[in-house]
Design a protein around this ligand. Structure first.
Ligand code: ADP
Ligand code: MG
Length: 251
């Protein structure tokens, strides 16, 4: 069995009296897409914020490649190889596509590159940015101003910015949000190609997309894990149907 990249053990996050994430133990393995689904307010974004170090858990533990990172900062988590995107786009609209990717690369410059000549460092960052744009399917619009991109292209750029930090695991929060059918189909293909080199924790409401790409699905409801399994096990789960999939109100 392949090693686990990212693992949580009984992770909990309370906001005052509200248990937003309760006792969640999940894993992401290399080259696997693990989808996290559940109704609004289920705790999906909170879980991603815990994993990325943007929130501190109330209890429980997080391990990256076997090393505990429970109380690490977002910067330390990023240095450990975890990249994330946000539910709302988070790009620098007045800058070019290339400049956005390069700024992201610069935000996680490896320690070994800090003390070398400027020219070599520049070339290293440029190459990281170019590779990230290529992997996200954006090479053709590197010189465009980000604000002129379509919504789908802006979501691709967010993924490119995440790739520019050279992560081994991607935490993607609703990458298909607000997309039309054509843009969604493109993003589904991009997710499949990213899984050749990365473990992915995918939060997504588009069930067609989830069932197309996921190797494993975990269903969260009210902060708790309702079920976890293969797409066919989830599709056939009576508990999931009554709590979530059977309910049209899950968007
Ligand atoms: P999802 O992403 O599944 O829609 P969230 O993780 O955003 O759900 O939210 C889970 C629950 O935690 C919701 O009830 C939400 O209102 C609450 N919540 C999220 N962030 C905060 C916060 N910073 N302070 C207080 N409550 C929060
Ligand atoms: Mg959310």
């Amino acid at each position: 069995m392949s090693p686990v990249r990212l693992r949580t053990v009984k992770l909990c996050k309370r906001f005052g009296g509200l248990a937003a994430v309760s006792d969640i133990s999940i894993e992401v393995r290399p080259r696997e897409i693990h989808a996290l689904i559940g109704p609004n307010g289920a705790g999906k974004s909170t879980l991603i914020n815990l994993l990325s170090g943007e929130l501190r858990p109330t209890s429980g533990s997080i391990y990256i490649d076997g090393r505990e990172t429970t109380n690490c900062t977002a910067y330390q988590v990023s240095q450990s190889g975890i990249g994330r995107t946000y539910q709302k786009t988070n790009i620098f609209l007045p800058f070019t596509v290339f400049e956005n990717a390069r700024l992201a690369a610069q935000s996680r410059l490896p320690t070994s590159m800090r003390f070398i000549r400027d020219a070599s460092r520049n070339e290293f960052l440029n190459e990281r940015a170019r590779a990230a744009l290529a992997a996200a399917g954006l090479n053709h619009c590197a010189e465009r101003i980000a604000s002129t991109l379509s919504h789908g292209e802006q979501r691709q750029l967010e993924i490119a910015m995440c790739l520019a930090t050279a992560p081994s695991v991607l935490l993607l929060d609703e990458p298909l949000a607000g997309m039309g059918a054509d843009e969604s189909a493109l993003m589904v293909e991009l997710l499949k190609s990213l899984a050749h080199n990365h473990g992915i924790l995918l939060v997504e409401h588009d069930m067609d997309a989830v069932f197309q790409v996921a190797d494993r699905i975990t269903v969260l409801v009210n902060g708790q894990k309702l079920e976890s399994g293969t797409p066919s096990a989830i599709r056939n789960s009576a508990a999931v149907h009554s709590a979530y999939l059977g309910n049209d109100d899950h968007a």
